[in-house]
Design a protein around this ligand. Structure first.
Ligand SMILES: Cc1cc2nc3c(=O)[nH]c(=O)nc-3n(C[C@H](O)[C@H](O)[C@H](O)COP(=O)(O)OP(=O)(O)OC[C@H]3O[C@@H](n4cnc5c(N)ncnc54)[C@H](O)[C@@H]3O)c2cc1C
Length: 283
């Protein structure tokens, strides 16, 4: 679960419009620069802007740390003003809607979380350790991606494993079809029910996101992970207490699941001291 891939080039926008700027833009010649227009990737890797995702991500974060800026720039001018709308119509249109004309000016970018290589462990048939529960797609850990994912392989993985699972259940249909789930008991109303305060849920999400980004993000260390584990345990304790006394609600369940998932990622990152693929520790 510690193998979490970050994408180096996501649109930075004050109103928080998340939008991924494809790597193919750099493939066509776009260059990452600081806010003064100075390229910096040559300092980090011989392939410069075409270095692997994790290296570009860390380079950007390092530059941001040194400069104190909130974003760096992706300069598309080497592609040629007239080619940009033709080669990248979606990126061009989306940015234009946000008042950024990428044929005239560079795109403000920051790295962002992108893909989880780990997940629910499956075997080659997509089976998990819970009978009749299969997993396919990003939620699954089939082992296909190893410690880092190659671009454009996750949709393929989801389709391939979806097909494998379908074939497997059809081949074993006597076991898998016609199964009836045990009846779920009704909610027991104890009378001591907390009202879920949306402000608290929102704040907990922000807190969780900050913990994960700052301490379990692209650059990890013993101290950062230690802090993450302490903060996540506190958050987990709070939410568990709240969870017991509050009436089930989708937002609440999602928050609880997210905290649990974050804690598993942090624990695995803590345990694994070797930097490999999408898991990077400075110590
Ligand atoms: C910006 C971006 C660009 C990408 N580009 C590429 C690319 O070019 N090529 C590539 O191969 N991969 C790409 N990826 C990765 C790829 O898109 C994802 O890995 C893939 O879409 C995951 O598919 P999935 O069906 O496993 O999960 P999801 O697409 O996340 O689907 C899970 C679904 O489950 C639903 N769900 C969640 N909880 C519940 C619940 N409790 N009950 C019922 N439903 C629930 C969700 O609403 C969602 O619809 C990209 C990812 C991002 C973020």
């Amino acid at each position: 679960m510690e193998f979490t891939q970050f994408h180096p080039t996501t649109l930075y926008h004050p109103k928080g419009h998340n939008f991924l700027i494809s790597e193919s833009v750099r493939g066509e010649g776009a260059v990452i620069t600081d806010t003064r227009g100075r390229p910096f990737m040559h300092k980090y890797h011989e392939k410069k802007d075409l270095a692997p995702r994790d290296i570009v991500t860390r380079a950007i974060l390092n530059e941001l740390l040194e400069s104190g800026d909130k974003f760096v720039l992706l300069d598309l001018s080497p592609i040629g003003k007239e080619n940009i709308p033709k080669r990248f119509p979606n990126i061009y249109k989306t940015c234009l809607q946000l008042d950024i004309d990428i044929s005239e000016s560079p795109i403000p970018i920051v790295p962002a979380f992108h893909f989880s290589c780990g997940g629910v462990m499956t075997d080659i048939h997509g089976r998990t350790n819970i009978e009749r529960l299969f997993a396919a797609g990003e939620v699954a850990c089939t082992g296909l991606h190893g410690a880092n994912r190659l671009a454009s392989t996750s949709l393929l993985e989801a389709m391939v494993f979806g097909r494998i699972i379908s074939d497997y259940t059809i081949a074993n249909k006597d076991f898998y079809y016609g199964f009836k789930f045990p009846e779920v008991r009704d909610w027991i109303d104890t009378g001591i029910i907390d009202i879920i305060d949306p402000a608290l849920i929102k704040q907990d999400w922000t807190y969780l996101q900050n913990i994960m980004w700052n301490y379990v993000g692209p650059v990890r260390s013993k101290k950062r992970l230690q802090r993450a584990l302490i903060d996540l345990r506190n958050l987990q304790e709070d939410i568990e207490n709240f969870y017991r006394d509050a009436k089930m609600d989708r937002k609440m369940v999602e928050l609880r699941n997210a905290i649990q998932t974050g804690a598993v990622v942090a624990e695995h990152a803590w345990t694994n001291r070797d930097s490999l693929g999408a898991h990077y520790r400075i110590d």
